[in-house]
Design a binder for this molecule. Structure first.
Ligand SMILES: [Zn+2]
Length: 204
């Protein structure tokens, strides 16, 4: 599990909040919920520590073969009006209607390996994204679904396992920012992720 930012890298910050602290708080709640359910959890950072992006991937790989990598972030925007939750993962080429990238049969072994990984990441993203929205909407009725985006950070690029990055909400939006600071909403988000992971493991 990857809690975005840390140490000298606060992520988004203003006078009342630092993104690294929100990511960490939700992540620690998520880790304890997963452990309660008997899952093994490996943390890329377990304190307020700066870790360069390429080192995050290495730490993820050092965890050994894992079922999934979840990277947690909180968002920011230039406008206060923007809010909502979005989830990032690789694009699985064969999911696209136009098969410009060739069929599975003509792919090299490493391309096939990645394609399977990316398809699993898509299933993981869908399962987790849906459940996070469902859970969060119990507390925040006007929650915006910013959908699954196919854009990946360096952490996801370097991880050789199904991996997603969740932007849990906008710290620059007054209401969402306030909620992200509350431990009850943090727990709700963590619960949503756990339930989404359960769905994913059932499908795999
Ligand atoms: Zn971030």
């Amino acid at each position: 599990m990857d809690f975005g930012h840390g140490g000298k890298d606060a992520g988004y910050s203003n006078s009342t909040v630092k993104e690294k602290e929100i990511n960490f708080a939700v992540g620690m709640q998520l880790a304890s919920l997963l452990k309660e359910k008997g899952h093994e959890v490996c943390l890329i950072r377990d304190k307020d520590e700066y870790i360069a992006l390429d080192q995050r991937s290495q730490r993820a790989l050092a965890c050994g073969p894992a079922d999934a990598l979840i990277s947690l972030h909180a968002n920011s925007a230039g406008s206060e009006k923007v809010h909502g939750i979005e989830t990032f993962c690789h694009r699985a080429h064969l999911f696209e209607s136009h098969l410009n990238h060739g069929s599975f049969h003509t792919m090299s072994a490493s391309e096939k390996h990645n394609e399977i990984l990316y398809q699993k990441s898509n299933v993981l993203a869908k399962s987790v994204h849906e459940k996070v929205l469902t859970f969060a909407r119990v507390q925040k009725k006007d929650l915006v679904d910013r959908k699954i985006q196919h854009k990946v950070s360096q952490v996801l690029l370097g991880a050789d396992m199904p991996s997603i990055l969740i932007e849990l909400g906008f710290l620059t939006n007054n209401k969402e920012g306030q909620m992200l600071k509350s431990s009850s909403y943090q727990k709700t988000l963590a619960n949503g992720i756990v339930n989404g992971l359960d769905d994913y493991f059932k499908l795999m």
